[in-house]
Ligand binder design. Sequence first.
Ligand code: NAD
Length: 426
Amino acid sequence: MPVSTVTSDKLESLNPYEIVQIQIDQAGKKLGVSEDILNILKKPKRVLSVSFPVKMDDGSIRVFEGFRSQHTDAMGPTKGGIRFHPDVTMDEVKALSMWMSFKCAVTDVPYGGGKGGVICDPRKLSKGEIERVSRGFIEAIADIVGPEKDIPAPDVYTNAQTMGWMMDTYSRMKGKFSPGVITGKPLSLGGSKGRNEATARGCAFAIEQAMEKLNKPLQGATVAVQGFGNAGRIVADLLAEKGCKIVAVSDTSGAIYQKDGLNLDEVKKLKDDKNSKITDLSDAQVLENPEEILELDVDILVPAALENVITRKNADRIQAKVVAEAANGPTTPKADEVLFKKGVHLIPDILANAGGVIVSYFEWVQNLMHYYWTEEEVNSKLKEKIVRSYNEVYDLAQKENTDLRTAAYMVAIKRITEAIEARGWI
Ligand code: NAD
C-alpha cells in the first residue's frame, strides 16, 4: 500500500504488521533511503512456525503452537522477548520483531530485532505445565537461536524463571553452559544487576532529558502513571526520588488522584496485598472513569499499561507537557498528529522503554565475558546510552521539524541502512 494513499484514519484500523510497514515507509521516505532498502526492512528475514507436544498434569497430551520471527540481522544477532498469550498471532510476532530492530538501532545496541510467542494462557496452566511449555518451545526453536544468532528474553507472561528453564534446556542440548542464549535470567544463572528496574530507569532518564530541554524543573513536577506494574510503579518511584510529585496512578482496579502527591509506600502496600486494591487508599480521590488519568492537568504523563490508549478520541484533551511511553504502542498514529500539533513532547516507546533491551544487551556482554558489573556500573552505562540516544533523536527532530517518533525511526533506519550497505546486500 503506497504511503500517500493511507490516511491517518485508515492507519488506526490496520493490524500492527501493516502499521509498522507504513511507519518504515514514512520515516524511510523522509530519510531518502532507496526502495530496495525499504523492501528489505518491510519483511522479517525469517519466521519459524512450530508446534510441539506437552504432557499435561492430567496425563493428556496437548499440542502448542508458537512462532519466532527474526527481522534483520544486519547489525548483529537478533534479540527480543518471548510472550505466552492466548492472542499471539504470527503477524503480531512479526511486527514486534520489527519494532525491536528499531528499538535496538535507535539506542545503538548492536542487534537486530526478534520476537517469539506461544499461543497459550499461562493463567490456566500449572507451574509444571508452564515449565514444560517453556522447555518444549525453546527446544522447537533451538536451531535458529543461540548467543551469536538470536537471543530471546522475557515478555508478556514470561519471567526470569521461564528464561532459566529455557537456558537450562538449551545448555543441555548443546552440552555446555550457555547463559548468553537468553537474557532476563535469574541472577544466579548470569542475570544482570539492574535488569529488573532497567525499563523504568531508562524511561526516567529520558524524562529527565526532556524536562531539561523544556527548561522545566523536575523538582515539584506533577506526574500521572497509567499502569502500576513492573514498569509503571518503578518509574513512579524513580521520579519521586528525583523530586516529582506523583499525583495519580491506576491499574485494573481503577485510578486514584491526590493533588498534593500520593503516598507511594501506601499504594505499593495495597497493590502487593492480595486482599486489597490501590483504590482502597484512604487519602485519595478515586476517578469515576479510570481513563481520565490520561487527561489530568499534569506536567508528565507515563502510559505504562496497554497499547492504543491515546487515540483520536482523547488526544485533544491530553494536558501533560511530556508524555513518556513506557508501554509499547500506547499512542495511535492519529493521536500522534494531534499531540504534535498541540506541542506535546512525546518520547516514543522505542526510546522511552528501551532501557530493558539495553540492560539485556549488558547482560549478554557480561555472559560472554564471564565477568559481572556492579549495579552502579550497569546504571551509569544505561544512563549514558539513553542520554546519547535521546539527544540524537531530539536534535534530528528539531532539524527536520518533526515529532520525536519520526526522528527516532529515522535515526534507527539510517543506522540499519548503513549496516546493510556495508555488508553489500544491495
Ligand atoms: P505488568 O503486567 O507488570 O503491569 C501492567 C500494569 O498495568 C498492571 O498494574 C495492570 O494492573 C495495569 N493495567 C492493565 N490494564 C489497565 C488499564 N486498562 N488501566 C490501567 N492500568 C491497567 O506489565 P509491565 O511489564 O509493567 O509492562 C507494561 C507495559 O510496558 C507494556 O506495554 C509492556 O510491553 C511495556 N514494556 C515493559 C517492559 C518491561 O521490562 N517490563 C519493557 C518494555 C516495554
